[in-house]
Design a binder for this molecule. Structure first.
Ligand SMILES: O=C(O)c1cc(=O)[nH]c(=O)n1[C@@H]1O[C@H](COP(=O)(O)O)[C@@H](O)[C@H]1O
Length: 272
């Protein structure tokens, strides 16, 4: 097990559902509509390639202006401008607005990734993803360029099964590569790791409490897998050690995303 700080760098605030909703929307207006529906039921909102490449930084500003995101660069506490997020409910800080996860999976030479991180850091994200396969120097460059951001290393995409991974030239089961890349990234300063729920217990055993573990590839019982290969239910991912479930289509493709998010949040929040 790696040595490091005794506590996880980040966990959802008390009472907040351990859910990051992936706002994989085709435009800013749809993303805002989804965000209004799901923000009360999520600790994190994730802006990824599709939305960011279409709507750019303006969508982050719009989310913040509506009080749908916690203020950039500060711990999530209530946003007085949005009554959906009261500061307290009794003595619990349940009203924290979600934090920003910029999932742009940077993967380039260290100087370019460092520049990209500096450009993104002004948006005040809690998390920014980089591909661990970019190597230790690249991960370190990202960390040094934006020390206030939780550089989040993606290990092996959850869409890859054994065969697809082998076809890229990486032999062995995905868990071998996940272990190697997770250790490399944390030693290079990453504070969070993205892996599938299938590997999360192994990564937790390997890295201990030094790291926040984030799992996409989460599918409630009976939900469409779509392009996800290494999946598990939300309950299983949490019991195996995940800190944060990344969930997109099972919520955003539902007839009513607010109901889907609320239902899921009610089920998983007590499991933390
Ligand atoms: O970095 C990610 O968030 C990510 C890594 C990974 O290995 N697999 C993965 O699905 N994701 C993201 O997680 C989200 C999953 O969305 P759904 O499959 O719709 O639940 C998408 O926004 C993906 O970009």
């Amino acid at each position: 097990m790696l040595s490091g700080p005794a506590e996880r760098p980040w966990v959802p605030p008390a009472g907040r559902p351990p859910i990051a909703v992936a706002l994989d929307a085709p435009d800013g207006a749809t993303a805002l509509q989804w965000a209004r529906a799901v923000a009360p039921h999520a600790a994190v909102l994730k802006v990824g390639l599709e939305l960011f490449l279409r709507a750019g930084a303006a969508v982050v500003t719009a989310l913040r202006d509506e009080g749908l995101l916690a203020p950039g660069g500060r711990p999530a506490v209530g946003v007085p401008s949005n009554p959906a997020f009261p500061l307290t409910d009794g003595d619990q800080e349940v009203g924290a607005a979600p934090e920003l996860f910029l999932d742009l999976k940077l993967h380039d030479i260290p100087a370019t990734v460092a520049g990209g991180m500096r450009s993104l850091a002004v948006l005040g994200p809690r998390f920014v993803t980089v591909h661990a396969a970019g190597g230790a120097a690249m991960v370190r460059a990202a960390v040094d360029a934006a020390p206030e951001v939780h550089v989040t290393a993606v290990t092996v995409l959850t869409s890859l099964d054994d065969r697809a991974l082998a076809a890229t030239g990486l032999s062995g089961p995905p868990s071998d590569a996940v272990r190697r890349l997770a250790v490399l990234a944390v030693e290079a300063g990453a504070r969070a790791i993205v892996c599938s729920p299938k590997e999360v217990s192994m990564v937790r055993a390997e890295l201990g409490e030094t790291v926040t573990l984030i799992t996409p590839g989460v599918r409630p019982e009976g939900a469409e897998r779509a392009d996800q290969a290494r999946v598990a239910t939300p309950e299983r991912a949490l019991s195996d050690g995940s800190d944060l479930l990344v969930i997109g289509r099972p919520i955003t493709s539902a007839v009513d995303p607010a109901v889907a998010a609320a239902t899921l949040a009610t089920r998983v929040t007590p499991l933390r």
